[in-house]
Design a protein around this ligand. Sequence first.
Ligand code: GLN
Length: 349
Amino acid sequence: MKLTIGYLYPDLFDLYGDRGNVRCLYKRLQWRGIGAEVVPFLSGSKIDFSAVDILCWGGGSDRSQELAAGYLREIRRDFREYVEADGVVLAVCAAFQLLGEYYKTESGMVEGLGILDIRTRWEPGRLVGNVVLESPLFRAPVVGFENHAGRTCIGNHTPLGKVLFGHGNTGQDGCEGVVYRNVIGTYLHGPLLPKNPEVCDFLLERALKRKYGGNIALEELGDLWENRAKSRILERYGGRPEFGPGEKRKVPEFGPGEKRKVQEFVSGEKHEAQEFVSGEKHGAQGFVSGEKHGTQGFRLGKKRGMREPGPGKKRKNKPGKRNEGRGTEERMKKGLEKRGLNGNNMERR
Ligand code: GLN
């Protein structure tokens, strides 16, 4: 088995280490003994979509988007056919925007591929910071970093997830990203895939299934360090909505004696944006999109007593609090031991 990873326009789109997504896909195939090849398509080059199994497309500036518009026009038809034939795509930020109809900037309009019925509009005030989201596609929360001026309205499309922390597509509706067939569009940099190996494996599985058919079950890799890093992020920003209607959000302790004050974000409030994917009501949307709290409601700030530690200072975390109750670390360790691995030799695999 072998997958070809196409890397679209790396000369224009590679913000915030988005190429790490390509490396991650490649590495996780290699670690499993599955063939992998990366083919970068520089802007203007011919693309044979039939030879591509996964297409990675990264973030870029408004200027990069303008420069790419002409090239995109040339590949639009083939790109659309690839998507409709269940080709796998990861499109981050600027790329996510360009899957849609247009990106209306301050000074003009960048034409998109029009593959998805989504529209992006520039607005003053960038949406910047860490993001935690919950997606029905993944067991663990997805974490990343966003930095965009565009607000993307995904219309009737399905979002990748609902925002638990951060801004998401518009900073208003509590939605993040989009999922269509085997396409994931998202504002999450990070890069996304090394931070969320589950998302990486999801794309790999989809691509292998499309190419080779049948039920592909990827070998577990343990992901000890990846999950530790993720736990750390969740510890800081909260992550799993372990709450139901009427319950309070459970938030990990921050430093000694310091608790995140989130009492005001009690779920169970009715809100327009609560309809989510399954049609299920999620009270938690309230803290992201509610007029009452505004989009700033759940951001780091003085008011919540949860500032980032200052330069040279470390945040003190309570030992044993990471991923509490989920047994993730234990499971990962067991997985590694089973296969004669430990955290120290993971790197060399
Ligand atoms: N230019 C777009 C915006 O600011 C995309 C930015 C990005 O890819 N990070 O909205």
